[in-house]
Design a protein around this ligand. Structure first.
Ligand code: NAD
Length: 270
């Protein structure tokens, strides 16, 4: 195994201007990768691009709203023009929702699906030929809520379950090509995700988030994701509580539902 297996590999990270995506971009850049940060937050992107290039990393920031298929396609074209190919696509851009199903407008479900699911689909569709030619990798930032229920997040959980179905099936289709798909399920990581969570009316919610256990840092998540990518893992479950939740939900789904409902039910009062 080379010391820096991603040296001079082209790594594209959606939602790369903040949180886990940004920390992962920093880690890959430190390991010698060329980085394309893709995000809808233009101001943050400009700042990050300057920081990265200022440190001598080869990096570019491209503004793109992943809910727009044409923008995803033109973004991938720009990256191919700049770097020639794509080795790794990290489908990381995401938003969450915190609201009771009965109080959540259908438009909120559509928005969450548009970013979390269709954003990843559009980017993957646009980049897949190059990734396969390079025998590269797709990393999908999913969630424990992609494999188990989560109270007050019916839309978020549905979008992450949809990602899980798409990308585990795609992994099987791509296996013979030497292309890999790695699913990442973070537990609670301290980022801006929850402060931007949508409420049932589609505005940012002020309902406080319930949390179980302590939050990890994006940097420690990035370290684990990078090492998982080196080993071409199928699935990474992050944080102690994330691992406990994952295994309880696998082994005794009924008990998981009861414990999780108890932990999160204070949110239902709002
Ligand atoms: P974050 O809010 O810090 O980062 C998300 C990034 O996505 C932001 O830079 C945002 O601008 C970008 N983004 C949002 N909508 C976009 C769009 N339409 N087009 C392009 N970019 C868009 O949050 P984070 O926690 O770093 O989230 C990254 C991923 O990790 C998400 O998919 C999230 O669901 C997943 N995740 C996070 C946690 C956690 O506890 N933080 C837990 C499980 C899963």
């Amino acid at each position: 195994m080379p010391k820096q297996p991603f040296k001079e590999k082209v790594v594209v990270i959606t939602g790369g201007a903040s949180g886990i995506g940004l920390a992962l971009a920093e880690k890959f850049a430190r390991e010698g990768a060329f980085i394309a940060l893709v995000d809808m937050d233009k101001a943050a992107l400009e700042k990050r691009e300057k920081q990265f290039t200022g440190r001598g990393y080869r990096a570019v920031g491209i503004a793109c709203d992943v809910t727009c298929r044409e923008m995803c396609e033109s973004t991938v074209e720009k990256i191919l023009d700049l770097f020639g190919h794509i080795d790794v696509l990290v489908n990381n851009a995401g938003i969450t929702q915190r609201s009771l199903f009965t109080k959540t407008r259908v438009e909120v479900f559509q928005k969450v699906m548009a970013v979390n699911f269709f954003g990843a689909l559009y980017c993957t569709k646009a980049a897949i030929d190059s990734i396969v030619k390079r025998r590269g990798m797709i990393i999908v930032n999913e969630s424990i809520a992609g494999m188990a229920p989560l109270l007050g997040r019916t839309g978020y959980s549905a979008s992450k379950h949809a990602l899980h179905g798409l990308f585990t099936s795609l992994r099987c289709e791509l296996r013979h090509t030497g292309t890999h798909v790695m699913i990442v399920c973070p537990g609670f990581i301290k980022t801006n995700l929850q402060t931007r969570a949508l409420g049932g009316d589609g505005n940012i919610t002020n309902v406080p988030q319930s949390r179980v256990g302590k939050q990890d840092t994006p940097e420690s998540a990035a370290e684990i994701i990078y090492n998982g990518a080196v080993k071409r893992k199928n699935l990474l479950v992050l944080t102690v509580m994330g691992k406990i939740g994952y295994w309880v939900s696998r082994i005794t789904p009924g008990i998981y539902e009861r414990i999780m409902t108890k932990q999160f039910k204070s949110e239902l009062k709002n």
